[in-house]
Write a protein that binds this ligand. Sequence first.
Ligand code: SPD
Length: 288
Amino acid sequence: MDKHQIWIDEIYKDSRYGLKGKLLVRKKTAFQEIIILETIEYGNALMLDGCWMTSDKDEKYYHECLVHPALSNLLKINKVLIIGGGDGGTLRECIKYKDIEAIDLVEIDEEVINLSKHFLKKVGGNSWCDKRLKINIYDGFKWVKNIKNNHYDAILVDCSDPSEFANGLFSNDFYRECKRILKEKGILATQSESPESFKNMHIKINKSLKSIFRKSSTMYAFVPFYPSGIWSWTFASDNEKDFLVPKHPQIQSIENSCDVWNSNYQEGALKMMPNKVMKELLQQNSND
Ligand code: SPD
């Protein structure tokens, strides 16, 4: 093997999800270890604390599915909050909506943004220069606690996997704060882990959002290099009318701009809940 090539693996429950490439960055920050690897097959790939976050090649499977089901559901969007999202992929998808006036991106680790701007240019691209963007280096949970009621049209939670500093973003308290700061027709979107590799957390998120919001629904699709490959995104709102029916006036051009997402993909993916997850949710509900 070329001496500049190394294997970096995400190790999860005795399984390894690895990429081979040239190490561009290995850095410890106050929050986590950041690795960026240059690979032939996946382009540049970002790992945080041992978990793959994104790569040039497959990031669209993830970011398009987090952003568009939520934003396309709204007729008009004024203010958007992104929690996490330091690689810029979620931001890039948001700025496609011309009516958005302000985007708050709240990322706890400034180094993720700095390194992504430099090494993951294909992910964030020019979106970092968008005039509507305000970057806030801050804890996402504390941020939502400080926002006044009815403030955002959409909240997009692009967080890493549960960990000491990300746990709060999977808690009922956090979801209640999100509900409070969303406008009446507002919508929350969160990555909701894998129904296979992180089934318990996945079910917990589902259950929490169902108990806090009037409507919630989960979409399942693929992110090739995440553990087990199958991933999920959950959407929640108190607006029951036409929940998750794309209706934004720009929908056609947004669909054309995407590599993965379109209304059909979304419709199918919203029906993909594995039976075993459905059974556990029903079981848990009947135990409540
Ligand atoms: N196991 C991976 C979970 C990743 C969730 N966030 C990814 C960040 C990409 N913007």
